[in-house]
Design a protein around this ligand. Structure first.
Ligand SMILES: Cc1cc2nc3c(=O)[nH]c(=O)nc-3n(C[C@H](O)[C@H](O)[C@H](O)COP(=O)(O)OP(=O)(O)OC[C@H]3O[C@@H](n4cnc5c(N)ncnc54)[C@H](O)[C@@H]3O)c2cc1C
Ligand code: FES
Length: 257
C-alpha cells in the first residue's frame, strides 16, 4: 500500500448520479487486485476531513489507467464530481483483502448500486484469465445503470426493480430462476447493499456454492483503530473490521442480521 498522487484523465457521468473517474496509475504502485480499494482524500482542506474508500472498477495494464465508479451521495463525492481532467487526486492503496478463485470454475458475479465498480472489475479480470463469468447487476431502473466497458467473454444480465431494463426483480430473484445444472460447479463474488448480500448468501449457501462478499461499511479512521467499521461474525463475540480485515469475506463467516 502506498500514498500517491495521480493525474485525473476523465471524470464523466455514467448513469443518473453515478460517475467514473479515470486516473493515470504510477509505475511504482502495484496493480490492484479485484475487490481492493483506494482511500481518497477528496479535498486539500480539512472538509471533509476523512479519506473516502472506493473500490477499483477497472485497470488497463498496458496504459496503466485505473478507474472508480462512484455514486454522488454526499459532500465527499460531490467534491469528487467536480474534479477536472488535469487535476490530481491524493490516493492511498491498493488496500484490503481481494477476491480469490478456488477450485470451482463457473463464476457468478453479482453487484448492485455502489458495488457495481468492483464487481465489473472482478468480472473483466476473470474473463482475461479464461473464465466465462455471468455478471448479474441490479439497479432501481434503467436510468441508474452505469455504462460499462466489458470484456466480450462476460455475459451480462441486468435486473431492475421496475422492469425498465432486463429482468424485473432482484438479482436473487433472477438467480433463483437458474436450474441446478446451470449453477453446478459455481462460485459467487458479490458487492452491493447489505440486504442484497444477505439474500445472496441465503441463496448460495443451501446450494453449496462458495460465496464471497465485499462489504461496504461506513469507514472512519480506515486503519483499524476506531472499530467503527466492524461486523459480527458467526464465531461468538468475534467482530471483524472491514477496513483492515476485509472488505472481502466468506459469506459464511458473517453473522447476517
Ligand atoms: C471498501 C469500500 C469500497 C467502496 N467502494 C465504493 C465504490 O466503488 N463506489 C461508490 O460509490 N462508493 C463506494 N463505497 C462507499 C463510499 O465510500 C461512500 O459512498 C462515500 O464515502 C460517501 O462519501 P460522501 O462524503 O459523498 O458522503 P457521506 O456524507 O459520507 O455519506 C452520504 C450518505 O451515504 C451514506 N453512506 C456513506 N458511506 C456509506 C457506505 N459505505 N455504505 C452505505 N452508506 C454509506 C451515509 O450514511 C450518508 O447517508 C465504498 C465503501 C467501502 C467501505
Ligand atoms: S474505520 Fe476505524 S477500524 Fe475500520
Amino acid at each position: 500500500m502506498k500514498q500517491f498522487v495521480a493525474d485525473v484523465l476523465e471524470n464523466s457521468v455514467v448513469a443518473k448520479d453515478y460517475r467514473e473517474v479515470f486516473v493515470r496509475w504510477p509505475d511504482e504502485v502495484r496493480v490492484p487486485f479485484p475487490g481492493q480499494f483506494l482511500s481518497l482524500r477528496v479535498n486539500r482542506s480539512t472538509v471533509p476531513f476523512l479519506r473516502r474508500p472506493f473500490a477499483v472498477a477497472s485497470f488497463d495494464k498496458p496504459l496503466r489507467v485505473a478507474s472508480i465508479i462512484y455514486h454522488v451521495r454526499g459532500p465527499g463525492t460531490e467534491i469528487l464530481s467536480r474534479v477536472q481532467p488535469g487535476e490530481k487526486l491524493d490516493l492511498l492503496g491498493p488496500r484490503g483483502f481481494y477476491f480469490r478463485t478456488g477450485v470451482q470454475n463457473r463464476p457468478f458475479l453479482v453487484g448492485g448500486g455502489t458495488g457495481t465498480g468492483p464487481i465489473v472489475y472482478a468480472a473483466n479480470s476473470l474473463a482475461e484469465r479464461g473464465y466465462k463469468p455471468l455478471l448479474v447487476l441490479g439497479h432501481r431502473n434503467s436510468a441508474s445503470f452505469p455504462q460499462l466497458r466489458l470484456n466480450p467473454e462476460v455475459r451480462l444480465q441486468k435486473c431492475t426493480d421496475d422492469g425498465s431494463q432486463g429482468f424485473q426483480g432482484t438479482v436473487v430473484d433472477y438467480l433463483s430462476t437458474l436450474s441446478t445444472e446451470a449453477i453446478r460447479d459455481g462460485f459467487v463474488w458479490a458487492c452491493g447493499p447489505q440486504a442484497m448480500l444477505k439474500a445472496l448468501h441465503n441463496w448460495a449457501h443451501p446450494r453449496g456454492l462458495p460465496c464471497f462478499v465485499s462489504l461496504e461499511q461506513i469507514i472512519a479512521c480506515g486503519v483499524g483503530a476506531c472499530m467503527g467499521c466492524t461486523v459480527e461474525t458467526v464465531d461468538e463475540r468475534k467482530f471483524v473490521r472491514v477496513c483492515t480485515e476485509g472488505p472481502v469475506f466468506d459469506s459464511e463467516a458473517i453473522k447476517w442480521t
